[in-house]
Design a protein around this ligand. Structure first.
Ligand code: CP
Length: 331
C-alpha cells in the first residue's frame, strides 16, 4: 500500500505514468477502478476545485465519496500523541484514521498549516498522522504542499509545450492582502525542477524565500537535470526569456505567526502583479495560477484572458490527474 502525500515520494517516471493515465481519462472519462469502493474526503479548510473534482472523479470511477468537515458535524480531532484530551477535541486522529479505514478504501486530507508556529506546521502532523494510522491509501488534498495541483499543472504544461526539459519556469510571488499558504509555491517549484525545467523563484525580498526543505529539493532535482535553481528579486531578469510564468502569493516565512510587520513589507510590492508589460519580456510564456485568484491583484484581466493563460486547463486537469492517482493507489 502506498500513499500519495508528496511527489518527492514518487519518481518522475511514476508521476509521468499517472499523467499519461490522466490524459487517457481526459479522452474517455469513465472507468471502474473504484467500483463498489468508498473514498472519504476530509476537508479542514474551504475548497471549490478540490472538493468538486474529487467527488466527480470518484463517481466517474464507479465509487462513492463521503465528504467530512468540521462544519459538517465531524467531531473535533486531536492530532498530538500522548496528550490528556481535556480540551475541545473529542476524538484522536488515530481512531478517526483506523475507523475510516474500516468503512472506506481511501482517504483524502486537506489541512492547511495554521501559520502560528512554522516549526510545528512544517511537521505536517495531520497528514502524516493519517498516513501513519490509516490502513488504506491516503491522498494529500493540500497541506503544506499541494501535489495534486503539481500534477495538474505539469499535465497542462505538457499539453501545450510537449517536452518540458530545459524550459525556463518562473514562480513569481504576487501581492495579496492576506498572507497565504506557501503550499502551492513549494509544490510548483519542486515539480518544475523534477520535470527538468529551469526553475526561477522571483520574490520581492529574502523574507519571501520558501522553506529550505522545498528550496533544497528543487535545487537538488534541478541539479540532477544539469539545471540550477535561481532565486531572483529583479522582475526584469526573472521574466526575461521565461517559457512559463506561474503566479502565486504567500506569506513571508520569517513572519509566520506575527503578520503585522509583514503586512507593511507586502504592501510595498503590489507591482509584482502579472501584467502585459511583464509578459512581453518573456519567450511568449504560458501563464497560470492554481485558483482561486483575485483578478487585477495577482494577475490582470488582460493576461488572465489571454490565449497564453492555461489556468482553466490546469483546473480541469485536477479531475483527470486525481482519477489517475486514485486508480494507481487502488491498485
Ligand atoms: N486549487 C485548489 O486547490 O482550489 P480549491 O482551494 O478551490 O480546492
Amino acid at each position: 500500500m502506498k500513499h500519495f502525500l508528496n511527489t518527492c515520494d514518487w519518481s518522475r517516471p511514476e508521476l509521468q505514468a499517472m499523467i499519461d493515465e490522466a490524459r487517457a481519462f481526459k479522452a474517455s472519462p469513465k472507468g471502474d477502478a473504484l467500483k463498489a469502493k468508498t473514498v472519504a474526503l476530509l476537508f479542514l479548510n474551504n475548497s471549490l476545485r478540490t472538493r468538486t473534482s474529487f467527488e466527480v472523479g470518484v463517481n466517474h470511477l464507479g465509487g462513492h465519496a463521503v465528504i467530512l468537515s468540521p462544519s459538517g458535524g465531524m467531531w473535533p480531532l486531536e492530532f498530538e500523541d500522548g496528550v490528556v484530551m481535556d480540551g475541545e477535541a473529542e476524538e484522536h486522529v488515530k481512531e478517526a484514521a483506523k475507523v475510516l479505514s474500516r468503512y472506506c478504501d481511501m482517504i483524502g486530507i486537506r489541512a492547511f498549516p495554521k501559520f502560528v508556529d512554522w516549526q510545528e506546521d512544517r511537521k505536517d502532523k495531520i497528514l502524516n498522522a493519517f498516513g501513519k494510522y490509516a490502513d488504506v491509501p491516503v491522498i494529500n488534498m493540500e497541506t503544506i504542499t499541494h501535489p495534486c495541483q503539481e500534477m495538474a499543472m505539469t499535465m497542462a504544461l505538457q499539453e501545450r509545450l510537449g517536452q518540458l526539459d530545459g524550459k525556463k519556469f518562473v514562480l513569481t510571488w504576487t501581492y495579496h492582502p492576506k498572507p497565504l499558504n506557501t503550499a502551492v509555491a513549494n509544490s510548483a517549484l519542486m515539480i518544475a525542477a523534477k520535470f527538468g525545467m529551469k526553475p526561477t523563484l522571483l520574490c520581492p525580498t529574502e523574507d519571501y524565500i520558501l522553506d529550505e526543505r522545498y528550496i533544497g529539493q528543487a535545487a537538488k532535482d534541478a541539479g540532477a537535470h544539469g539545471n540550477a535553481l535561481t532565486i531572483e528579486h529583479d522582475i526584469e531578469k526573472a521574466y526575461d526569456g521565461a517559457d512559463v510564468v506561474y503566479a502565486k502569493s504567500w506569506g513571508a516565512p520569517p513572519f509566520f505567526g506575527n503578520w503585522e510587520p509583514e503586512k507593511g513589507i507586502r504592501d510595498r510590492f503590489k507591482h509584482f502583479i502579472v501584467d502585459e508589460e511583464k509578459m512581453a519580456m518573456t519567450n511568449n510564456a504560458l501563464v497560470s495560477h492554481c485558483l482561486p485568484m483575485r483578478r487585477n491583484v495577482k494577475m490582470t484581466d488582460a493576461v488572465f484572458e489571454s490565449a497564453n493563460c492555461i489556468a482553466y486547463d490546469e483546473a480541469e486537469n485536477r479531475l483527470h490527474v486525481q482519477k489517475a492517482i486514485m486508480k494507481a493507489l487502488a491498485g
